[in-house]
Design a protein around this ligand. Structure first.
Ligand code: PHE
Length: 487
């Protein structure tokens, strides 16, 4: 039985409400800012291949699970996880997964607003004509100058924080749904225009080769973990966002179909962004491995050389800012929903209060680029730590926990009802969630932490054998792991 108590009966209003909001969450700076620079740093094709495999094998089944948890629990992730666990008579300790997701979303937003602030400030620069350097060095100088003054950088990240909290404060339908309804189509049109230009810029062939020439040997264990972490990040998994949105999904909508739609859109946008960005990088002889500043230093330079460059620049940064906002609102929805549901705080007040805390933490992240550049631990700034901890650890580990919970602890009937898949579909989902997701996540950790160096091309028979062993053990144990419901 599905109850509406936790969310007060709030649901997405329009037919496309959930799809637009979830796609808006997934498609963001991760696709357009992070994916290109990570691909550049980890050497291209091999990174892309692992990322795509992780999306298909881990991301899709987990996203389905998260939506199902949200809809079944009808509440903020903290409450939703508690409810589904209680419904199955599972141990209350599993509730930690809901908490971790919510905190993870908050942590991501704390550094995300800084990057979104870069985007907004560049939009302003584009409009006012001050992105006018004529060399990569000149563009790098503009990027650095923009970071140097905490008042300047802080102004932009504060603005992003304000806009985000204003939208979220207005509510699910009036704020979130209404904003994504026009931002998402707008983004697609703008991206299409940009790719059109990319194709004619001269570096298109080289970009295709860079993105799709898979050379497996090149990828380090660290790169493997980065690719998996990025698959989580880009699909907004284990960060409360998708589960929170799932709580507003009307009964009867197909979770599998919506998940595929979101995952395909997200992947296409990342690849399209790569195809729009790398041609200009190569056509201008720039280094694809120039880190987080990649799109801010290289693209404006390329735009400057194109006909109608300023217009394209404006289009690009409007699109990037909108992509960032539709993701930002999803990161904080879990916290707001929790404050409203569990503490009875009015939505508007919850969002102002959260905004203040967020502003404080994000200001510390913003300072990583100027005053606090030296406040490092293990070579990482506060900004770097937020990104590193969430993407490399909290999301994959949260995903591992959710997969184990869904695969072995919850009553089979519960997720079967919620997912509503036919026989083979359900069996496939269960197989992925029970065995493939956990094993893949653990193996990548083993490799990345240097516990063992893995070589896929020679050791894959071992992998298959271990998977088979897990399936045999898991299938024989699972009836005992699943407790009977209390009632
Ligand atoms: N998926 C978003 C992006 O690619 C980031 C995100 C992470 C959003 C976690 C919500 C939760 O930019």
């Amino acid at each position: 039985m599905t109850t509406n108590n936790g969310t007060g009966g709030v649901l997405w209003a329009g037919r496309w409400g959930f799809v637009l909001a979830a796609t808006g969450s997934a498609v963001g700076l991760g696709n357009i800012w992070k994916f290109p620079y990570m691909t550049g740093e980890y050497g291209g094709g091999a990174f892309v291949l692992v990322y795509l495999l992780c999306i298909a094998a881990i991301g899709v089944p987990l996203m389905m699970t998260e939506i199902a948890f949200g809809r079944r629990g009808r509440g903020s992730p903290v409450e939703a996880v508690k409810r589904v666990v209680a419904e199955s008579g599972g141990a209350s300790g599993w509730a930690v997964l809901g908490w971790m997701s919510m905190i993870c979303g908050f942590m991501i937003l704390s550094f995300y607003v800084v990057v979104a602030g870069w985007s907004l400030s560049y939009l302003w620069k584009a409009i006012s004509g001050s992105l006018n350097a004529e060399s990569v060095e000149g563009m790098a100088a503009i990027f650095n100058a923009n970071n140097e003054n905490p008042l300047n950088l802080g102004f932009w990240s504060t603005l992003v924080t304000l806009i985000t909290m204003l939208i979220v404060g207005k509510g699910v339908q009036e704020g979130i749904e209404r904003s994504v309804r026009w931002m998402m189509p707008g983004m697609v049109v703008m991206l299409a225009i940009l790719i059109g230009f990319g194709i004619f810029s001269g570096g298109f062939g080289q970009a295709v080769h860079f993105l799709f020439a898979f050379e497996f040997g090149q990828l380090s264990g660290e790169g493997l973990l980065a690719a998996m972490g990025h698959a989580f990040f880009t699909l907004s998994l284990a960060a409360g966002a998708i589960m929170a949105y799932g709580a507003y999904l009307p009964a009867g909508k197909s979770i599998a179909r919506t998940t595929f739609m979101v995952a395909i859109c997200d992947t296409l946008v990342a690849l399209m962004a790569g195809l729009a960005i790398f041609p200009v990088i190569f056509a201008n002889g720039m280094d694809p491995a120039s880190g987080p500043g990649l799109i801010f230093m290289s693209l404006p330079l390329a735009f400057a050389q194109m006909p109608m460059g300023t217009l394209l620049e404006v289009i690009f940064f409007v699109m990037l800012t909108m992509a960032a906002l539709t993701s930002a609102i999803s990161m904080i929805e879990a916290t707001i929903a929790w404050l409203v549901e569990s503490h009875g705080i009015a939505r508007n007040r919850a969002s102002w209060g959260t905004g203040i805390v967020l502003w404080l933490v994000s200001t510390l992240a913003m300072l990583s680029f100027n005053l606090g550049a030296d406040w490092t631990l293990g070579g990482r700034t506060f900004f770097d730590w937020l990104d590193y901890l969430t993407s490399r650890f909290m999301m994959p580990l949260g995903g591992l926990g959710l997969a184990l919970l869904a695969g072995f602890v919850l009553k089979d009937r519960l997720l079967r009802d919620e997912l509503g898949l036919a026989g083979v579909g359900h069996a496939l989902w269960l197989f992925m969630i029970r065995y493939v997701c956990p094993l893949a996540i653990v193996v990548i950790f083993i490799d990345a932490l240097g516990i063992m160096t893995l070589n896929v091309s020679t050791q894959w028979p071992w992998g298959v054998a271990i998977l088979a062993l897990f399936v045999v053990v898991g299938e024989s144990l699972s009836p005992r792991l699943r407790r009977q419901p209390a009632h």
